[in-house]
Design a protein around this ligand. Structure first.
Ligand SMILES: Cc1cc2nc3c(=O)[nH]c(=O)nc-3n(C[C@H](O)[C@H](O)[C@H](O)COP(=O)(O)OP(=O)(O)OC[C@H]3O[C@@H](n4cnc5c(N)ncnc54)[C@H](O)[C@@H]3O)c2cc1C
Length: 406
């Protein structure tokens, strides 16, 4: 959000004062902005909707908002693909894709992000057979530091493509993205409450049984709000049972049973502002890691009443993806945006470290470049491509220089 001379992210924990904020109406405008920054040797950071909890977009130079790069460029029903302008908000994508008979294979908890912002940090939903949104990218166009545009895909500049799908805006400004989609589909949503031990006892079976399964463990009730989503047919009907009463704040995560088109089922509303830490751990570490975090909260941080979210993701081949090369469980911690979080998150990060967790790029963590190099097997390949495409570092800011290069 831009107010006067300052820009603030969604949770309010990142504030910066850009020298200028540009909102180019088209790709030519992006090229002009990048050429000007390169000529001045100043920085330029792209921003989607500012839903990251870390200073990825913060800059004292040029903040380039992609808000005017909206909408579908074209759809290809035969291939089930669509080319989409990079700034398109996910919530503005569902209906036009649906009209073309298409839908995203998976989505996260909300649909407020821009498409480019979502892929650039590895934003994901849940499902053991499903990758992050970036894994569905089959091509994208970058405006490079040189001011040239570059189209990349599995057959055009494949080494750049592999990396550019999750690259934190460090290779260039993405202007359009081609996505592999599915034929439009319906989902059947069910939510219910289970005690913590009961949830863990049936966890593996639940994950295997549903296309999407996730839960929130609530520290106040020591119980879990469970959610499954499965494909539904046009004639399928819900049982129509009223939502079961849930204790305390767990009710926030429960919905009446329902069937609807996927893009209407996936997103939830997140009205209360919070800060968040999330790590991707090897799937087999998920239950132990969760138990240790639960113990930590009960023993040392009982004042934190926000839940832990537990989701799954399949292994992928994107060098900076937190799910690179391994079946994954993601575990997220939250704290109200008006309350302190640093001590709690630092203690939790020590647990994630022991499980060789990889931090979500858009969420709070304290990992150093040295640690990241250790947990990302293709860290060096990313660095080589980034350095070759942007030798002067115009797409870096102080946070990224420290995170990636220190
Ligand atoms: C309420 C809430 C719920 C969330 N739920 C989930 C969830 O379910 N799953 C999950 O994985 N994450 C989740 N997140 C995290 C969020 O999805 C990511 O931080 C995402 O990157 C934010 O998208 P954005 O459009 O706001 O991008 P921004 O935060 O604005 O930017 C993110 C990155 O993308 C880059 N970028 C943006 N546009 C471009 C472009 N055109 N070209 C190149 N780089 C670009 C930016 O420079 C930056 O590095 C959630 C966050 C919030 C606040």
């Amino acid at each position: 959000m831009t107010t006067g001379d300052t820009w603030t992210n969604w949770s309010g924990n990142v504030v910066c004062a850009p020298r200028q904020t540009l909102a180019p109406p088209d790709e030519a405008g992006v090229v002009a902005a990048v050429r000007a920054a390169a000529a001045d040797q100043t920085g330029v950071r792209a921003v989607g909707t500012g839903h990251s909890f870390v200073p990825l977009c913060a800059t004292g130079d040029t903040l380039l908002t992609c808000d005017r790069l909206q909408g579908l460029v074209q759809t290809d029903p035969a291939r089930q693909q669509a080319t989409i302008r990079a700034g398109t908000k996910l919530h503005a994508l569902g209906a036009p894709l649906h009209e073309a008979g298409l839908a995203l294979a998976n989505m996260g908890d909300i649909d407020r992000q821009s498409l480019a912002g979502a892929i650039s940090t590895g934003t994901h939903g849940t499902g053991p057979t499903l990758g992050s949104i970036a894994t569905a990218v089959v091509g994208l166009r970058l405006v490079l530091a040189s001011g040239e545009t570059l189209d990349c895909s599995a057959t055009q500049h494949p080494e750049i493509f592999r990396i550019a799908r999750v690259a934190l805006g460090t290779l260039g400004i993405i202007t359009r993205i081609t996505m592999q989609l599915l034929p439009a589909y319906r989902l059947h949503e069910r939510t219910w409450v289970a005690p913590f031990e009961g949830c863990l006892a049936e966890l593996a079976a639940r994950i295997a049984a549903h296309r999407h399964f996730e839960f929130f463990w609530d520290p106040v009730e020591d119980a879990c709000a469970m959610k499954s989503l499965d494909p539904a047919t046009a004639t399928q009907r819900v049982a129509g049972d009223p939502a079961a009463p849930a204790p305390g704040q767990l009710s926030r995560y429960l919905n009446p049973e329902r069937i609807d088109w996927s893009y209407r089922i996936f997103p939830s509303a997140r009205d209360r502002r919070f800060n968040e830490m999330e790590f991707a751990v090897p799937a087999e570490h998920g239950p132990d890691c969760l138990r240790e975090l639960r113990d930590l909260m009960r023993r040392k941080h009982p004042a934190v009443t926000w839940p832990i979210e537990y989701r799954t993701q399949r292994a992928d081949d994107i060098p900076l993806s937190p799910a690179f090369g391994r079946e994954t469980v993601t575990i997220s911690l939250h704290q109200d945006s008006s309350l302190p979080y640093r001590a709690f998150f630092a203690d939790a990060e020590a647990i994630f470290r022991n499980h060789r967790g990889r931090p979500h790029w858009g969420k709070i963590h304290g990992h150093t470049a040295r640690e990241l190099a250790d947990i990302y097997p293709q860290w060096a390949q990313f660095q080589e491509v980034r350095q070759a495409l942007d030798p002067a570092g115009i797409f870096l800011n102080p946070y990224l220089r420290e995170l990636l290069l220190a």
